[in-house]
Design a protein around this ligand. Structure first.
Ligand code: Z5A
Length: 212
């Protein structure tokens, strides 16, 4: 029996460098909340299942080439195509754990040299997360975790630039967790900030839009 959906769900976003542990932590958090009887779903961007997502996937796998601005707009469009479903789910009481969101969009594209305000513009009007958790790890430490694969962006020098871009996006609403702790310790800290955030949403915190 899932919890009553009279109050809205929370929009929880996990951000960080490649290999920081977002996928592992999303899975663990989902399992925990689900077992607690919460209505919860695990999402990720890019959502590679849509037509736009397949174009992005092919670009990331180096199977196609696109202008930096064009791929930026595709990543954004991939979020826009899920926006109404996202709002529907949140309003009906489902909490969404989202692996990467607009911050990845801005951090990765601005790391290529695109103007940061230009990068933020297409994200305006998307739902603002109730909580952004940044899983903090140095690019060097992240690279040690199983090494990088063949996808575009999986290179140390580029990840260093992305880390710098993320730094300029952080604001007081972000919670930063040391991603070099054990998986269990990160999980514990993540649960604390997420449960706290869910409480404020249940109490009636209104949904808002990017950028706050
Ligand atoms: N991108 C973009 O440019 N614009 C956008 O708008 C969006 C994305 C949304 C695809 O992302 C690329 O798209 C991404 C950003 C760009 N490029 N990069 N880089 P993706 O989400 O498909 O891929 P990813 O973010 O790179 O995910 P990942 O490789 O799966 O990493 P992760 O999810 O953060 O980590 P993980 O799979 O949970 O863990 C990695 C390994 O570390 C694994 O072996 C774990 O067992 C291990 N691990 C995890 N936690 C720990 C701890 N605490 N200690 C030790 N070892 C750990």
């Amino acid at each position: 029996n899932k919890e009553s959906s009279s109050s809205r769900g929370a929009l929880i976003v996990l951000e960080g460098l490649d290999r920081c542990g977002k996928t592992s932590q999303s899975g663990r958090l989902y399992k925990y909340l689900d077992e607690q009887g919460q209505s919860v779903e695990s999402w990720r961007f890019p959502d590679r299942n849509t037509g736009i997502g397949q174009m992005i996937s092919s670009y990331l796998a180096n199977k196609s080439q696109l202008d930096d601005h064009a791929i930026h707009l595709l990543f954004s469009a991939n979020r826009w195509e899920k926006r109404s479903l996202m709002e529907e789910k949140l309003k009906s009481g489902t909490t969404l754990i989202v692996d990467r969101y607009s911050y990845s969009g801005v951090a990765f594209s601005s790391a290529k040299g695109l103007d940061i305000e230009w990068c933020k513009a297409p994200e305006i009007g998307l739902l603002a997360p109730d909580l952004v958790v940044y899983l903090d790890i140095s690019p060097e430490k992240a690279a040690e975790r199983g090494g990088y694969g063949d996808e575009r962006y999986e290179q140390l020098e580029f990840q260093k630039k992305v880390a710098g871009s993320y730094l300029s996006l952080r604001d007081s609403s972000w919670k930063v967790i040391d991603a070099t702790l054990s998986i269990e310790d990160v999980e514990k800290k993540l649960r604390e900030v997420v449960l706290d955030c869910m409480m404020t949403c249940h109490k009636g915190k209104p949904l808002s839009q990017l950028w706050p």
